[in-house]
Each structure stands twice: as structure tokens, then as C-alpha cells.
Ligand binder design. Structure first.
Ligand SMILES: NC(=O)c1ccc[n+]([C@@H]2O[C@H](COP(=O)([O-])OP(=O)(O)OC[C@H]3O[C@@H](n4cnc5c(N)ncnc54)[C@H](O)[C@@H]3O)[C@@H](O)[C@H]2O)c1
Ligand SMILES: N[C@H](CO)Cc1c[nH]c[nH+]1
Ligand SMILES: [Zn+2]
Length: 432
């Protein structure tokens, strides 16, 4: 992992150090995804099955995973893993339950009552990645808030294994979250099916979940179609930025950096610190820990595009973090809390020496579906509210309208919109 002295870098070099690994956004990939979406729109299930056979399971002939299949798989799960899922389910549920939206009612002027209301989306599509690793934890992150919001249709899609099965852990999570509509498909074809609908999969209002470049491109494309679904956020390859000082334990910092590096070759991890000794000790701890890491080859690739950055101060470290806007930010210092006002641009922040990032991946209770690629600057982390749509009402009495009429009519005339003004004046004329 390369070490950089931040203050000695030119503006361009600083930008290069903080650049994300290039994502496959190529015209070729976009066209490939567009062709898959068109095929699903034109041929329905036949196209979804054809692509699923090509990429995931050669022999699959039925997309739907029946409730009996779900139960049979869930029953195979060992008690240990069941208990781990139960623990994570409880913490995630506790945290998301407190995020319940509150309707509001405000009398904005005498006789004018406005309300803001929340309505659970009628159908949500939950994409659970399954290409390189099966991620039942992601199913908890999507399934728990959908269950609390009580979205009437909760549809889970995930690529099947070579035998056409979905994992016992994933199906146990589906059962716990009350998800009964499950389909065995992944990639762009699954996103297309959720968006445009097929014979067996009715379309949904919003698609959630992370995925590879095909999934991400498909989500972006279907959201742009007329009448297409909403999507949650750009959640791509994992990232972690650690800010640490001399009080940090280099073995802890190294373990955290490796935990996100092992996700994929396109992951990126960054340590920012004013401490030379911490950076050196972390570098050797990374090497030591890599020796026993089963996914060391993947992690090593991610480390090639990662960085150890030496700063002049902790304030400078905070500025770098704000500029990078990481998906995950870990602050490993005795007085971490003191720096939080300066650290706002991150998907989720892990505070103190005993808060590993992987805690949030599984079981602290926060949601691990987070904006990557710098989108933490303007996107929020996933939460319960994302499973609702918000709308407003207003009720105006005759007296209320009379009071507001001058303002409405004047503004309408200022905009040259006479019919708008007339809709008010006609009511007041009829009154007399
Ligand atoms: N940011 C987050 O919150 C978060 C959480 C979990 C996972 N992730 C990320 O999600 C991603 C998961 O990716 P994955 O690949 O393991 O699983 P995936 O389910 O996203 O993709 C697998 C699918 O990709 C399609 N595909 C593969 N090769 C193809 C090709 N050549 N042409 C067309 N389609 C093809 C197939 O349909 C296959 O089913 C990773 O990058 C991981 O880091 C992010
Ligand atoms: N760190 C990932 C989000 O970037 C989520 C995850 C799932 N399993 C383990 N980790
Ligand atoms: Zn992770």
C-alpha cells in the first residue's frame, strides 16, 4: 500500500490519490444492459430465464421460489447462523423502528390547514447480490425496513447458485422479514423484470439494493424510462476511510482496512493520519494479517488502488475525509467525538477504538446500504423513510381563501397566469 505525504502533493496528485477506481460505465456495458432490458420488456420470463441460464444456472426452468422452497432452505440453516441472524435482526429492527415517519398538520393561516402524510410504497423490489458472495446481511438491511413499513408487496430477487437454489441463510432472512415473493434471477435481467414486469413478476414502484456494474447500470436505465420505478441510490464497491492518531491500535486499523478491501478488487481503503509511527505499524500489520486471509488475492488488488496518507494535523485529516466523502468513515482516536462536527460527509461513521466497520455491516443496527463513490456528499444512507412516499394535503375554508386571495391573485397575475387567478376570484364572486 503506497504512502503519500499529503502536503507535498500537487493539486492534481491529491486528486489522483483520492480518485475512485474506474467503474465500468463503458458504452459497451450500457448497450449490453439496454439490450437485456429491451429483451425482458419484449419477451418477459423467456428472456429472464435465458439470461439466468447463461450467467447463473444452466438448468433453471422456473423463476419463482415457492414458499415451500423458501421454508425447505431456511430449515437447513444451522442453529448458530440462525441465532446470529436473530441478533442482527433485533438490532436492525430496533434502530429502524425509531425512524417511523410522523404525519404533520399545520394551520398555516386562519382557515388554511396543511398536512404532510406518509404512505408505504405499494410494491418494493429488493435486489440481493449473489455473484461473488451471497449476502444475507444485505437482505436484512432491505427486508427489515420493508417489513416495518409494511409495504404490501415485498419482492426479493437474487441470482441462484449453479443448482438453482438460494442460500439457506438468505431464505431464513426472507422468512423472518415476512417476504413470500422470491425470484431466482440477478443482474440486469432481474432489475428489468422488476421495472417493466413479466408474466410471473409484476412491476414494483421502487428498486433497492447494491450490485455490480450491470445491476447499477440497469437500475439507472430503468429509472429513466417513462413510468419507470424509483431507485434507492448509487451503492457500488465498498470503501472505507480511517482517521487515526497515536492512540489507535495499528492491528485494529489494519483489520478494518482489510475488511473492506476483501469485498472486491474494486474496493478502496484509505488511512489518513498525522502519525508516522501509526502509518508504519499499520503497514506491517496489514502484511501480517494478509498472510492468513483467505481472500488475500482480492484484498491485495484493492490495496493497489488504496492509500496511506500522512497529514500535518488531524484537522487536515478531517478536511481530506470531507473531500473524499467515504461510504464508511472510521475515527480511531481517544477523543474521536471532538472531531465529529467537522466530519459530516460520510455514509456511516464508526466512532472510537471498539467500533469496527464490520460491526455496522452486520449487527450494530445501522443500515449498511450506503452511498459510495463520493455520493455521500448528496445522498443519504438507507433508512425506513426510503420505503415510503411523502405527500401533502391542504384544506381551505371560504374565510381562509378570502384572506389568501390577494396574495394568490397577485402572484398569478405576476406570472401572467390568468386562469390561476380566476380559480380564486370566481369562488369569492359566488360568495357575495
Ligand atoms: N454499497 C453497498 O451497500 C454494498 C453492499 C453489498 C455489496 N455491495 C457490492 O455489490 C456488488 C455485488 O456484485 P456481484 O457481482 O457479487 O453480484 P451481483 O448479484 O450484483 O451480480 C451478479 C449478476 O451479474 C450478472 N452478470 C455477470 N456477468 C455478466 C456479464 N458478462 N454480462 C451481463 N451480466 C453479467 C449476472 O446476471 C449475475 O447474476 C459488489 O461490487 C459489492 O461490493 C455493495
Ligand atoms: N460492507 C458492505 C457495504 O459496503 C456490506 C457488507 C455485507 N456483508 C459484509 N459487508
Ligand atoms: Zn463489508
Amino acid at each position: 500500500m503506497r504512502v503519500f505525504q499529503w502536503s507535498q502533493l500537487s493539486d492534481q496528485q491529491q486528486a489522483d490519490v483520492l480518485a475512485r477506481p474506474a467503474q465500468s460505465q463503458s458504452a459497451e456495458l450500457q448497450q449490453q444492459v439496454a439490450a437485456i432490458i429491451d429483451a425482458v420488456a419484449n419477451e418477459g420470463d423467456v428472456a429472464v430465464l435465458r439470461y439466468t441460464r447463461q450467467f447463473d444456472c444452466e438448468t433453471l426452468n422456473e423463476l419463482r421460489y415457492s414458499e415451500a422452497d423458501i421454508a425447505a432452505q431456511a430449515n437447513k440453516l444451522s442453529t448458530d447462523v440462525q441465532q446470529a441472524i436473530d441478533t442482527a435482526y433485533a438490532t436492525i429492527r430496533a434502530f429502524h423502528l425509531q425512524q417511523q415517519p410522523q404525519d404533520i398538520r399545520v394551520e398555516t393561516a386562519p382557515g388554511v390547514v396543511c398536512t404532510q402524510r406518509f404512505d408505504a410504497l405499494n410494491a418494493v423490489g429488493l435486489y440481493i447480490p449473489g455473484g461473488t458472495a451471497v449476502l444475507p446481511s444485505t437482505a436484512l438491511m432491505l427486508g427489515v425496513p420493508a417489513q416495518i413499513a409494511n409495504n404490501p408487496r415485498r419482492v426479493l430477487v437474487s441470482p441462484p447458485d449453479k443448482n438453482g437454489e438460494l442460500s439457506p441463510a438468505l431464505m431464513y432472512v426472507a422468512q423472518k422479514c415476512g417476504i413470500t415473493e422470491v425470484y431466482r434471477c440477478g443482474g440486469a435481467q432481474a432489475i428489468a423484470a422488476l421495472a417493466v414486469g413479466t408474466e410471473s413478476i409484476a412491476p414494483v414502484a421502487k428498486i433497492f439494493g447494491p450490485g455490480n456494474s450491470f445491476v447499477t447500470a440497469a437500475k439507472q436505465q430503468v429509472a429513466q424510462r417513462s413510468g419507470g420505478p424509483a431507485i434507492d441510490m448509487p451503492a457500488g464497491p465498498s470503501e472505507l476511510l480511517v482517521i487515526a492518531d497515536d492512540t489507535a491500535n495499528p492491528a485494529f486499523v489494519a483489520a478494518d482496512l482489510l475488511s473492506q478491501a476483501e469485498h472486491g478488487a474494486d474496493s478502496q481503503v484509505i488511512l489518513v493520519s498525522p502519525s508516522t509511527s501509526l502509518i508504519e505499524a499499520t503497514q506491517s500489520a496489514i502484511e501480517q494479517q494478509l498472510e492468513v486471509l483467505p481472500r488475500s488475492a482480492t484484498a491485495r488488488k484493492a490495496l493497489e488502488q488504496s492509500a496511506l496518507i500522512q497529514t500535518e494535523s488531524l484537522e487536515q485529516a478531517c478536511q481530506i475525509s470531507q473531500r473524499y466523502a467515504p461510504e464508511h468513515l472510521s475515527v480511531q482516536m481517544d477523543d474521536a467525538e471532538q472531531y465529529l462536527p467537522q466530519l459530516t460527509l460520510a455514509g456511516s461513521i464508526f466512532i472510537g477504538h471498539y467500533t469496527p466497520e464490520s460491526g455496522g455491516d452486520y449487527a450494530t443496527g445501522t443500515n449498511h446500504v450506503l452511498p459510495t463513490y463520493g455520493f455521500a456528499r448528496n445522498y443519504s444512507s438507507l433508512g425506513l423513510l426510503d420505503f415510503y412516499r411523502r405527500y401533502t394535503t391542504q384544506t381551505v375554508s371560504k374565510q381562509g381563501l378570502a384572506q389568501l386571495s390577494k396574495a394568490i391573485i397577485t402572484l398569478a397575475e405576476t406570472e401572467g397566469l390568468r386562469a390561476h387567478a380566476r380559480a380564486v376570484s370566481i369562488r369569492l364572486e359566488n360568495q357575495s
